[in-house]
Design a protein. Structure first.
Length: 187
């Protein structure tokens, strides 16, 4: 019985950490660096990432620069493993998170930090205690962000923003912390 519990705890701990590795050579060879879920400064011993290994449901965003505590410059969104990837810059900062259900994921802080929430297809009310500031929209989906519920003013234009698949490190000063409804739909 004790060994079964130990095995179950070991399995849980394995799944709670990101299975993301960057490699200096194609086909997952050469030097490597493991990336954990969250945000991290990358300490690569090599200049070029040539292959990436991600566990299913992982999302990785690599950034070219990290200035004053924030990622900046060019970025690359990666959602699946690649044995031969081209990244046109040396990544110095990474943000990684899980998204097993391929849902829209919103974050309270800019640059995909702070608390996060998943949003499913259809109309999603944003809780009062959650201020959306950045968002990840998976391929095949789009969103409409509303400052107030469209049903509250049925014959009038309600301030909104349409966003297509991709990442938005900042949803904009006019929308950040003010989104009350997120409509998620297939593109």
């Amino acid at each position: 019985m004790k060994s079964i519990i130990t095995i179950m705890l070991l399995m849980c701990s394995i799944h709670s950490f990101a299975q993301i590795n960057l490699f200096s050579e194609e086909n997952h060879g050469g030097e490597s660096q493991e990336i954990i879920f969250g945000s991290v400064v990358i300490n690569l011993n090599f200049d070029i990432v040539k292959s990436i290994q991600l566990s299913p449901g992982s999302v990785l965003i690599l950034f070219e620069r990290h200035l004053n505590g924030n990622p900046s410059g060019r970025h690359k969104l990666i959602t699946e493993s690649s044995e031969d990837i081209l990244i046109p810059f040396k990544p110095v900062y990474a943000i990684a998170f899980e998204n097993h259900q391929n849902e829209v994921v919103g974050f309270e802080e800019i640059n995909f930090r702070g608390a996060s929430r998943s949003f499913q297809i259809g109309e999603n009310l944003v809780p009062e205690d959650f201020g959306l500031s950045s968002i990840y929209i998976p391929t095949g989906k789009s969103v409409v962000l509303y400052k107030e519920h469209p049903n509250e003013r049925p014959n009038q234009e309600v301030e909104h923003r349409v966003m297509r698949a991709g990442i938005r490190p900042f949803v904009g000063s006019d929308m950040a912390q003010k989104v009350r409804v997120i409509l998620v739909r297939y593109s």
